[in-house]
Ligand binder design. Structure first.
Ligand code: ZN
Length: 498
């Protein structure tokens, strides 16, 4: 028994090593690789992906795992086998020719999407999305599912989540968000005007962002910050976490809150259990839990009044000309401006989830066969008007704006909203456990919150599923109300709603 398990862990570790190399190559591709390096890099990554698949589905390993599945395992041994089987199962059930076919389709669909977006013409992308959708349904049928077929796709990003459980939570969320957005809109207030729409020198932006990142507790001996077109966090291991951001003089807060967001992801990666490095138990739980950490730090901490009562003077020292005479109230209001807009990635904290709910609903309808791909643009525009009161002029600022579907990422979007809801529920619990939490943030002392998250969330690795983790940490299943309560309180005061 011991020997079989040891052999299994050794092989799982080798797969993790290949994954580590793949992640590093991927990070380099987005940050430092010169453009002419792309072709050779694609070949190298293709070979590694093949090697990974070969080693994962090696009949000897499959036999080992089957043997272990028949045993009564406890603790991390049980977690490691359970989580490994999840990945193995998918790999065994999806035939190689389908994998190859999908990766070809995704590459071509992505090209078509770029062209469609440039021409603002959904018809260019439509046949490709239809093809991708058919392939995804085939994948779902092969891997199997209970309840909605959507569950098989969701499971890739948010393991163990079920559409039947999240749909009612999202419906609650929508029912309370729409009137909140309307009430804020009716005030006509635009507090960011004259405060944030200025040029902020990039060097000072970088210096300030790096200071905040270090203050929040990101360990720069176990990670770094670089520049990429699309910001991301890549956890090569808990001791090597790569964050990226981007800078533009006219968008100081985009970069700053981007850095805080990625730092939230980075703290999670650095806090993963030390005693489970390189094993499935030592990995993060899901994209939703990952996003809960980034959004918690970005919004509930970084856009809070106490945070800026601590940092505003430092920021003003970085930008004396731009922020002269801007008081705490004005700055706090400015970084929390709510404005319904067409583009998801530019959306504020209040309207953001309505963008996601729309996508989730359309995905469900599409996958379950209630809606034809051809009807997506019209439905998109209709619902944007219904939920946010704005209507896209063309498909580029409507149904074509996101990259996800063009890369086969159907079932990914809900993890963003799940992250916001998990984050709010965790943060409420942190405030109950540490009544002076906001006071500590006002003093620039982030270590109690970081330690709380380390203990309650990060150090558990993937021993619990996302749903179990929320239940364990907060004593309740996931709910929409903690997030909306938080929004109503914060923005009710900011916008003086009755
Ligand atoms: Zn994120």
């Amino acid at each position: 028994m011991g020997q079989i398990y040891e052999e299994f862990i050794k092989r799982a570790g080798e797969l993790a090593d290949i994954g580590h190399a793949q992640a590093l190559l991927g990070w380099d591709q987005e940050t430092y690789m010169p453009s002419r390096g792309a072709a050779r890099r694609a070949s190298s990554m293709g070979t590694l992906a093949g090697l990974y698949h070969q080693k994962l589905t090696d009949p000897n390993l499959v036999r080992l795992v089957e043997e272990l599945q028949g045993r009564d395992l406890q603790g991390d041994q049980a977690v490691n086998v359970r989580e490994f089987v999840r990945g193995l199962d998918r790999a065994l059930k999806i035939p190689e020719d389908l994998v190859v076919e999908m990766s070809k389709t995704e590459a071509l669909a992505h090209e078509a999407w770029v062209e469609a977006r440039q021409k603002a013409d959904f018809a260019v992308f439509q046949p490709w999305l239809e093809k991708l959708l058919a392939q995804k349904k085939e994948v779902a049928d092969r891997v199997g599912y209970q309840g909605s077929i959507y569950n098989a796709l969701l499971d890739e990003y948010e393991p163990y989540a079920r559409a039947e459980e999240i749909a009612p939570v999202f419906a609650d969320l929508r029912a309370r968000l729409v009137p909140l957005v309307e009430a804020i809109q009716a005030t006509g207030k635009m507090p960011a005007k004259g405060v944030l729409d200025q040029e902020f020198p990039v060097a000072a932006q970088e210096a300030f962002g790096r200071q905040v990142m270090a203050d929040l507790g990101f360990d720069l001996e176990a990670g770094r910050l670089d520049i990429s077109v699309h910001p991301f966090c890549s956890g090569l291991s808990r001791d090597d976490v790569r964050l990226t951001t981007r800078y533009a003089p006219g968008q100081m807060t985009d970069s700053l809150f981007g850095v805080i967001h990625e730092t939230g992801h980075g703290l999670y990666e650095q806090g993963l259990p030390e005693d489970a490095v390189g094993t499935p138990a030592g990995a993060s739980v899901s994209l939703g839990i990952h996003e809960s950490q980034s959004r918690l730090w970005e919004n509930m901490v970084g856009r809070s009044r106490p945070f800026w009562s601590h940092y505003l003077d430092t920021l003003k020292n970085c930008f004396p000309a731009q922020l002269q005479g801007v008081g705490l109230d004005a700055f706090y209001a400015a970084v929390n401006q709510v404005e319904p807009s067409l583009i998801r990635v530019e959306a504020d904290e209040v309207t953001y989830n309505l963008h996601i709910l729309l996508r989730f609903e359309l995905e469900m309808d599409m996958v379950e066969g209630r809606v034809e791909v051809a009807d997506l643009p019209a439905l998109w525009n209709e619902r944007m008007e219904q939920y946010l009161g704005v209507r896209p002029e063309d498909d580029a600022e409507g149904v074509l704006q996101d990259i996800h579907w063009s890369m086969g990422g159907i079932g990914y979007f809900p993890t963003y909203s799940l992250g916001n809801l998990y984050g709010a529920q965790f943060f409420r619990q942190a405030q109950l456990d540490m009544p002076d939490l906001m006071g500590q943030i006002g003093q620039g002392d982030f270590s109690p919150l970081k330690k709380w998250l380390n203990d309650k969330v990060h150090a558990r690795g993937s021993r619990l599923s996302a749903g179990e983790l929320v239940q364990e940490v907060t004593g309740e299943p996931l709910q929409a109300r903690y997030f909306v309560d938080y929004l109503e309180e914060k923005f009710g005061a900011l916008y003086e709603l009755g």
